[in-house]
Design a protein around this ligand. Structure first.
Ligand SMILES: Nc1ncnc2c1ncn2[C@@H]1O[C@H](COP(=O)(O)OP(=O)(O)OP(=O)(O)O)[C@@H](O)[C@H]1O
Length: 333
């Protein structure tokens, strides 16, 4: 990806790639080609139904009248098997297994420093987080073999705990670039349709229209950044959405608005992985499964009752039950 100021130019780059590369100073190749070398399974590229499809692609892309991505009508399956992730040579995620299917909401809870954000960043392909073992597939396709950009186009989305500020790139421009990259070459959304859609979603989320032309996250309050992440989710229509602490920094009303927005995009075609510290969010966004992460792996799973129990009792009872003395990833296991 390339962008310069003033009169910046931003080549095709979905949001996560952009944010990660901004954060990490990486350069994403300017001429990114759509991923079409699928060899089977249910993955499909986003091409117009009236276009000839490559031999290896068993289906067409579906597009709604208002230009929204409504790409895959199939239910996605994200499968994580024995995942190990290291940062700077230190193993943080230590053998994690999890399957998220379309229509499901999985909440991941756990004490500070147990590897939750590391898991999210590694799934999205943050270059600092090195996957040292295990397997992650989306509908059978090897996610780990894909670039950040390809993961985003395959339908993975990460709402980050600390969204990057990008001076020089307006929110609207960024979103249109990301959406067009998601739609694929030749299927770009017309400008007017895009702005209509953007205004509609901003209204739903209670975001002031002036935020469209403000630089991405620059000077946004913590809560505004989080709402903006959900705006991106609502616009990009991902298949698997990973939300890393979207509730932090939100006041009670904003929490409700954000939760309503997530509930509004809940569907059998979309799975959610929600990282949170607070049971309150899970009263609004009711999860199907709740998992507790300690020492870089899932140590207990249950339903929303588990979140309530954690709220009442804290983590100590669980540590005692499981015989865990130090839950952080720094601890020897
Ligand atoms: N980019 C990084 N550089 C160095 N260390 C890192 C990095 N990312 C994560 N870590 C380390 O990995 C460990 C787990 O961090 P992580 O942010 O994944 O935990 P978490 O469970 O999300 O914590 P919290 O609930 O506080 O957000 C911590 O010790 C942290 O310092």
């Amino acid at each position: 990806m390339r962008w310069t100021r003033p009169g910046f130019r931003l080549s095709a780059a979905p949001r996560a790639a952009f944010a990660f590369s901004t954060e990490c100073g990486n350069v994403i190749p300017e001429n990114m080609t759509p991923k079409v070398n699928f060899t089977g399974g249910r993955r499909r590229p986003w091409v117009r139904p009236d276009r000839e499809l490559p031999d290896t692609v068993p289906y067409e892309r579906i597009r709604t009248g208002n230009g929204e991505v409504d790409a895959d009508m199939s239910s996605p399956v994200l499968k994580i098997e024995d995942l190990h992730v290291s940062v700077d040579g230190k193993e943080i995620v230590r053998g994690l297994d999890l399957t998220v299917k379309g229509g499901e909401i999985h909440a991941i809870m756990g004490p500070n420093g147990t590897g939750k954000s590391t898991l999210a960043a590694a799934l999205m392909g943050h270059p600092r987080y090195e996957v040292t073992g295990g397997r992650v597939t989306l509908d059978g396709e090897d996610i780990l073999a894909m670039s950040v950009d390809e993961r985003a186009r395959a339908g993975l989305f990460l709402a980050m705990q600390y969204p990057a500020e990008v001076p020089g790139v307006s929110n609207a421009n960024f979103l249109r670039t990301a959406l067009n990259a998601r739609l694929g070459e030749g299927n770009e959304i017309p400008v007017i349709k895009f702005h209509r859609m953007l205004q509609e979603k901003m209204k739903q989320l209670g975001i002031d229209p002036s935020f469209a032309e403000r630089y991405l996250n620059e000077g946004f309050s913590g809560g505004e950044k989080k709402r903006n992440e959900i705006l991106q989710l609502a616009m990009l229509n991902p298949r698997i959405a990973i939300l890393d602490e979207i509730d932090s920094g939100l006041d009670i009303d904003a929490l409700r608005i954000v939760a309503d927005a997530v509930n509004a995009v809940r569907s059998p075609e979309r799975g959610f992985l929600i990282i949170t510290h607070y049971q309150r969010l899970l009263e609004y966004i009711v999860p199907d499964h709740v998992h507790v992460m300690m020492q870089g792996r899932i140590v207990k799973s249950g339903d929303r009752e588990l979140a309530r129990e954690l709220e009442r009792k804290g983590y100590d009872w669980l540590k005692q039950e499981l015989g865990i003395v130090d839950e952080t990833v720094g601890a020897e296991v």
